[in-house]
Design a protein. Structure first.
Length: 240
């Protein structure tokens, strides 16, 4: 089974570490929810996992391959895709054209994966000839995820995909994400709503100040620890 491992990772921006000693293991078919307040390091973590940010210290590996120096394009070729803000879609192109661009590094899979994406996200099939700009916010989020799926990734990094979505659309999105994990994709999911991650992920990581302050199966992470992180009192929550 393919797995992606971070060990004691330090990473950040302009010489300042945002992440300080993060470790995790993401396996195919698992879903890890990343929780924490704004500024906790959630987006930085996903960008580091997907190769958009450099690893300053620690190790990032896929199975036995040291990927610590790999950039985003090489991580994508290795099966790690990212979806976040701004959504990586092209407003003036059609849905079908956007999907094709998403699969450009695996041209041999474009026809096959387009049908797979339409099966997973049927709303995109009905809009396949429509410009991306004409889609609703929820449909655009689905398109961004569809783009990432075009290379048949092993791992998917989702940075707060529920942002700005209506509750009904959020339910549809959650169903898609859970289905992807059930189908064997390893999902690293930063989520703004703690209850969504707790109810649908099989592991939770709570960040505060760029460090893990609680982790484990959802039932083992105490509600008080999550609240403490969001209130800036993670030092009182203890580590697990």
């Amino acid at each position: 089974m393919t797995q992606l491992r971070l060990e004691n990772i330090h990473a950040g921006y302009k010489g300042t570490d945002v992440l300080r000693g993060i470790s995790l293991t993401l396996k195919e078919g698992s879903c890890i929810g990343i929780l924490g307040p704004n500024g906790a390091g959630k987006s930085t973590l996903l960008k580091t996992v997907s190769g958009q940010l450099s690893v300053r210290a620690g190790s990032r590996e896929i199975d036995d391959d040291d990927t610590g120096r790999w950039r985003a394009y090489k991580m994508a070729r290795a099966g790690v895709r990212w979806v976040g803000e701004p959504r990586p879609i092209f407003p003036n192109l059609s849905v079908k054209e956007n999907l094709a661009i998403g699969g450009i590094t695996r041209r041999d899979l474009i026809a096959e994966q387009t049908e797979v994406v339409y099966g997973l996200l049927p709303a995109l099939k009905t809009k396949k000839d429509a410009r991306a700009a004409s889609l609703s916010g929820g449909q655009q989020q689905m398109l961004a995820i569809g783009q990432a799926l075009m290379t048949k990734p092993d791992f998917l990094c989702l940075d707060e995909p529920s942002l700005g979505l209506a509750p009904a659309i959020l339910l549809d999105l959650v169903e898609v994400i859970v289905g992807l994990a059930a189908g064997g994709v390893g999902v690293l999911w930063a989520e703004q709503f703690p209850e969504v991650a707790v109810n649908h992920c099989n592991e939770i990581l709570v960040l505060s100040g760029g460090q893990v302050v609680a982790s484990g199966a959802p039932e083992s992470v105490e509600e008080e620890q999550i609240h403490a992180a969001y209130l800036g009192k993670a030092q009182d929550a203890g580590n697990t």
